[in-house]
Design a protein around this ligand. Structure first.
Ligand code: NAG
Ligand code: NAG
Ligand code: NAG
Ligand code: NAG
Ligand code: NAG
Ligand code: NAG
Ligand code: NAG
Ligand code: NAG
Ligand code: NAG
Ligand code: NAG
Ligand code: NAG
Length: 366
């Protein structure tokens, strides 16, 4: 009886004393957003900012200068995260000491101007200091600073050649004709072709696993689709998220959660690098989120897998700015990202892309 009274009185006190801890995702799904975009918190509450892949920050600013650190304000510093499967994603905790609005942005170049801002206790939507007004101001003031988008290197076009190699294995001799980029290793025809397995949507991520492989002429690459609705489409180095003319396209393969979908195979006919991506764009561009792969990328040269991935991810920056602009009534008419093209390569690979896939290896048994 006595203990029951204690429990009852403790409960009566709890609601006032118990602070809430709010979880907020920083850059979920490769998007330049905080989710949720704001919270309404009580004094004593904490807001736990959890960092997702890319390299973001949680930096206090002010309503009038959304993308400029507030003097004396808090700042998590940059938190680079490689993968959502990292066992512990970094976090940063904000303690709410009063009910005044707290304005926050990501300090990474280009992100705040793309609308990556957050607030605690913003005035409601009817106010000229609402969250939407804050975000619109961020895009208006910093959205045209396209030179501050993440720098993407502009590797030179690769040169290529047609060559032949003679390969001897046991009693057989093979002559292989192939296209090759400068820097590719001497091709080897695998006497016993190897099957390389690539998982499409590995660990529920927007990723291929592995995303970057080497394969010999005659090898098979098998793509196995896991849950979600992915595709595998061949592209080119310079346009990671656009289908290559006459390239392969395995189509969209919707797969139920926790089941294994179909497997498709391609045969490697030459040592030309093969680039590819997932063409799903709903609800977010999978390619722009980094869901790309390479086969036989020349890692020692500028057109390596990391450069390809960076180019693919730069398309998401572009589309985010375009869509932020279109949904923001406060964005100034000039905030259309003009001038950003300077950071993005526009070269074409000459006739090479047209030749790839036409020049197949010719295997002659002598
Ligand atoms: C994160 O971004 C900052 C600012 O751009 C940069 O200085 C830092 O090197 C980056 N960290 C990593 C690991 O890329
Ligand atoms: C709340 O007060 C604590 C202790 O003084 C301080 O560390 C924290 O930065 C304050 N929170 C904000 C949002 O300023
Ligand atoms: C936003 O623009 C201001 C003024 O040009 C600049 O000082 C600031 O660094 C920019 N912020 C970001 C996050 O790019
Ligand atoms: C915003 O609203 C306040 C009153 O709520 C007003 O004093 C202020 O002038 C308004 N600011 C602008 C830029 O309209
Ligand atoms: C790919 O999967 C097949 C069938 O599961 C297996 O026989 C083969 O060894 C795998 N290849 C590699 C390189 O692991
Ligand atoms: C899979 O995605 C494609 C492209 O977004 C879409 O057209 C198709 O309807 C989707 N299929 C299912 C079953 O959701
Ligand atoms: C898939 O598996 C996970 C972990 O085993 C489980 O939490 C989840 O509910 C499953 N989803 C479905 C749709 O069965
Ligand atoms: C691609 O694979 C090579 C080795 O196969 C490795 O050295 C390189 O770091 C990989 N690149 C990326 C971006 O994972
Ligand atoms: C950006 O917004 C301006 C003004 O709201 C509009 O005129 C322009 O067409 C928009 N651009 C894009 C790419 O949505
Ligand atoms: C980025 O946007 C600019 C201007 O809108 C455009 O010229 C450029 O080609 C785009 N880059 C990519 C990789 O889509
Ligand atoms: C290899 O050649 C075969 C037969 O011509 C063709 O069906 C296949 O698509 C080629 N593989 C690639 C990756 O282009």
């Amino acid at each position: 009886m006595h203990s029951r009274i204690i429990v009852a009185s403790a409960l009566a006190v709890l609601p006032a004393a118990l602070a809430t801890s709010w979880d907020v995702s920083v850059g979920p799904n490769g998007q330049f957003i905080f989710y949720p975009e704001y919270v309404l918190a009580e004094v004593g509450d904490t807001v736990n900012m959890i960092f997702h892949p890319k390299n973001h920050s949680v930096t206090q600013s002010s309503f009038d200068a959304p993308c400029v650190p507030l003097a004396g304000g808090f700042n998590s510093g940059f938190q680079a995260v490689a993968s959502d499967s990292d066992p512990t994603l970094p976090n940063f905790v904000i303690t709410v000491n009063d009910t005044n609005p707290i304005w926050v942005h990501c300090e990474q170049k280009g992100h705040c101007g793309a609308g990556m801002v957050f607030a605690i206790n913003p005035p409601d939507a009817t106010s000229n200091h609402s969250f939407a007004a804050f975000q619109a101001l961020a895009i208006e003031l910093n959205g045209t600073q396209t030179s501050e988008l993440p720098a993407v290197s502009t590797p030179p076009a690769q040169s290529w050649s047609i060559a032949t190699a003679t390969v001897t294995s046991d009693s057989s001799t093979w002559v292989s004709t192939y296209t090759s980029y400068i820097g590719t290793p001497e091709p080897t025809y695998a006497p016993s072709p190897v099957t390389h397995n690539i998982t499409v949507g590995v660990n529920g991520q927007l990723a291929f696993g592995p995303s970057n492989i080497s394969a010999s002429i005659g090898d098979i690459v098998s793509f196995t689709f896991l849950a979600k609705n992915h595709s595998v489409v061949q592209s080119s180095f310079s346009e990671p998220c656009k289908p290559l003319n006459n390239g392969f396209n395995l189509g969209f393969q919707p797969v139920a959660a926790n089941t294994t979908g179909p497997t498709f195979s391609i045969t490697i006919n030459d040592t030309t690098p093969i680039w590819g991506y997932c063409a799903q764009t709903s609800p977010v561009s999978h390619c722009g989120s980094g869901m790309v792969f390479s086969i036989n990328a020349v890692e020692s040269g500028p057109n390596n897998f990391a450069a390809f991935l960076a180019l693919a991810e730069s398309t998401l920056v572009n589309s985010t700015i375009a869509s932020s602009n279109s949904t923001s009534s406060a964005a100034s008419p000039s905030s259309t990202g003009k001038g950003s093209s300077g950071a993005i390569p526009s070269f074409r690979l000459g006739g090479v892309t047209a030749l790839v896939g036409v020049v197949a290896a010719v295997m002659l048994m002598l």
